[in-house]
Each structure stands twice: as structure tokens, then as C-alpha cells.
Design a protein around this ligand. Structure first.
Ligand code: HEC
Ligand code: HEC
Ligand code: HEC
Ligand code: HEC
Length: 193
């Protein structure tokens, strides 16, 4: 009897260990941070790092961009890095599974990271999805677990909208121009998906 129990326990443990994909789906698609995209997308990563969005968290620190803050009616000396009415658009995955909570707990999720536009990568980067062994993954399989199919204007407008203190209604968001100026270097994909 005891032997049977031990075996069934072993089997359960083995099943859990062998099914990371299923477990991730059960808890929702978690954020894993831009540094986990770097090794396979080095060009995009390097060029993204230079953008204003990668550095967006610093804009919330006291004294940074003081003139712009004053002009927008904000206090240039205030610390907005813990202000919930600001951080949502200046970090990655605020309020979502595995997303930004505070700079102490989730320092790698400051700024507008890869997953802010492409979707939380906790599941679609696992085995069977977007890996070096599976370069010809089917796009639909990844989209089913959180990858944004084609990053377009809708993604941008989740932050580039009238809730931003710097929103300029005279100057509507121009997707093509802003994509070229502000996301990262683009190169065509090599494999069919
Ligand atoms: C282990 C390697 C690896 C990691 C890690 C990885 N990717 Fe990929 N990714 C790939 C490969 C391989 C392709 C297909 C490249 C091609 O066709 O040229 C790809 C394609 C993509 C595409 C294009 C999707 C399409 O088919 O339209 C996006 C967007 C992308 N990756 C984003 C990310 C993001 C964001 C992360 C981090 C959360 C990430 N990747 C992590 C290997 C990886
Ligand atoms: C709804 C999303 C959103 C919220 C909320 C938000 N921001 Fe931003 N913030 C943006 C966007 C988008 C930009 C880029 C400005 C543009 O291109 O329209 C920006 C730009 C900035 C800049 C740079 C301005 C410049 O001219 O260089 C600072 C500083 C800033 N935000 C601080 C704040 C502070 C402080 C708060 C809270 C009081 C805040 N933001 C709340 C989205 C947001
Ligand atoms: C998670 C929120 C978020 C998303 C999603 C987002 N942005 Fe931004 N973006 C910002 C913030 C915040 C800034 C201001 C950064 C700063 O200066 O602190 C910004 C700045 C920029 C800038 C720099 C120029 C400027 O006006 O300050 C460009 C270009 C830009 N974004 C393009 C895009 C495009 C294109 C998309 C969609 C593909 C997009 N953004 C999606 C939050 C976002
Ligand atoms: C502000 C939004 C935004 C952020 C942040 C962002 N991307 Fe993208 N990404 C895009 C857009 C827009 C495209 C082009 C989509 C299209 O044309 O289908 C794209 C395309 C891609 C592609 C397809 C190949 C290419 O070069 O166009 C890959 C791979 C990719 N991104 C990886 C990343 C990685 C890795 C990061 C973080 C280091 C990142 N992206 C951050 C918006 C973003």
C-alpha cells in the first residue's frame, strides 16, 4: 500500500516537472522582462535600449525633465516613481501577472519593454513555441498564448492617449512615423510562420 502511494506521488511530481507549458497557461501569461529576449533578438534589443521608451521610468524621477514637467503643470521636484497614476504607462505589465510592482521588486521591468508591445512572454518563449529548435513555429500557436499578432496602432494607443499629461490633442499619434522613430530597428523574419 505504502509503496503504491510513493509511486503515485513520484508520477505526479514527474508530470508536473514535465509540463511547464501547461502550468504557465494555468496561471496566465507572465511577464519575463526584455533581458530574456536579448539573446535571440540582439539587434532589436540594442536599438530598443536607446529609445525614449526604454528609458521612460527615469522620466518619473525628481528633477528629470523638469522643464517639460513644469510646462505640463507637474511638480518637477516630486518623485513620481511610485505614483500609480503615472507608472502604468512608464513600465512593463503594471498590475498584470508577473508585471511591474515596484522598482525594488521588479527592477528589470522599468520602462516600456518588449512585452509592452509584443505581449507577456512567459508562455510563448517556452519549449514548443518560440525557440531556436522551433524557428518555424506557427504564428497562430504563439498568438494563442499571448504574442500580439501584428503590433499596430492599437498597442501604442494604450499609452499614447489623452490620459498622459503630455498628450497634445493638436498632434494626433502617427503610427508609421512613430514606429520608425521609436520602437527599434526592424529586419525581415527569416523563416515562414
Ligand atoms: C530562444 C530564442 C528566442 C527568444 C528567447 C525569444 N525569441 Fe522571439 N523569435 C525567435 C525566433 C527563432 C523567431 C523567428 C525568427 C525568424 O523567423 O527570423 C522569433 C520571432 C519573434 C517575433 C516575430 C513574430 C512573428 O512571427 O511575426 C517577435 C515579435 C518576437 N520574436 C519577440 C520576442 C520577444 C518579445 C521575446 C522576449 C519576451 C522573444 N521574442 C524571445 C527566437 C526567440
Ligand atoms: C496614459 C499613459 C500615461 C500616463 C498615465 C502618464 N504618462 Fe508620462 N508619458 C506618456 C507618453 C505616451 C509620453 C510621450 C509623450 C508623447 O509622445 O505624447 C509620456 C511622456 C512623459 C514625460 C516626458 C515628456 C517630455 O516632453 O520629454 C514625462 C516627464 C512624463 N511622461 C511623466 C509623467 C508623470 C509624472 C505622470 C503622472 C503624473 C505620467 N507621465 C503619466 C504616457 C503616460
Ligand atoms: C506601455 C506604454 C506605451 C506603449 C504601449 C507605447 N508607448 Fe511609446 N511612449 C511611452 C512613454 C511613457 C513615452 C515617453 C518616454 C519618456 O520620454 O519618458 C513614449 C515615447 C514614445 C516615443 C518617443 C517620442 C515621444 O513622443 O516622446 C515614440 C516615437 C513612441 N513612444 C512610439 C510608440 C509606438 C510606435 C508604439 C506602438 C507600437 C508605442 N510607442 C507604444 C509609452 C508607451
Ligand atoms: C513600442 C513598441 C515596441 C517595443 C517596445 C518593442 N517592439 Fe518589437 N516590434 C514593434 C513593431 C511595431 C514591430 C513591427 C510589427 C510589424 O510590422 O508587423 C515589431 C517587430 C518586432 C520583430 C519582428 C522583426 C522586426 O525586426 O521587425 C521582433 C523580432 C521584435 N519586434 C522583437 C522585439 C524585442 C526583442 C523587443 C525588446 C527589446 C521589442 N521588439 C520591443 C514594436 C515594439
Amino acid at each position: 500500500m505504502r509503496a503504491i502511494c510513493r509511486w503515485s506521488l513520484l508520477i505526479v511530481v514527474a508530470m508536473l516537472a514535465a509540463s511547464p507549458v501547461v502550468r504557465a497557461q494555468e496561471v496566465g501569461h507572465e511577464y519575463i522582462a526584455s533581458k530574456n529576449c536579448k539573446k535571440c533578438h540582439f539587434k532589436q534589443y540594442k536599438s530598443w535600449q536607446e529609445t525614449a521608451m526604454a528609458q521612460a521610468f527615469e522620466s518619473l524621477e525628481p528633477g528629470v525633465k523638469a522643464e517639460a514637467k513644469t510646462a505640463a503643470g507637474l511638480d518637477p521636484q516630486a518623485d513620481y516613481t511610485q505614483d500609480a497614476s503615472c507608472v502604468g504607462c512608464h513600465v512593463t505589465g503594471f498590475g498584470e501577472a508577473g508585471g511591474f510592482t515596484s522598482v525594488e521588486e521588479t527592477p528589470e521591468l522599468v520602462g516600456v519593454g518588449c512585452e509592452s508591445c509584443h505581449g507577456a512572454g512567459g508562455t510563448y518563449t517556452q519549449e514548443g513555441y518560440m525557440t531556436l529548435k522551433n524557428k518555424e513555429y506557427k504564428l497562430a500557436d504563439l498568438v494563442a498564448v499571448g504574442l500580439v499578432e501584428k503590433v499596430g496602432e492599437a498597442q501604442c494607443l494604450t499609452c499614447h492617449n489623452e490620459k498622459s499629461p503630455f498628450h497634445d490633442p493638436e498632434n494626433p499619434f502617427d503610427f508609421e512615423a512613430m514606429k520608425d522613430e521609436g520602437t527599434h530597428e526592424h529586419s525581415p523574419l527569416k523563416y515562414p510562420h
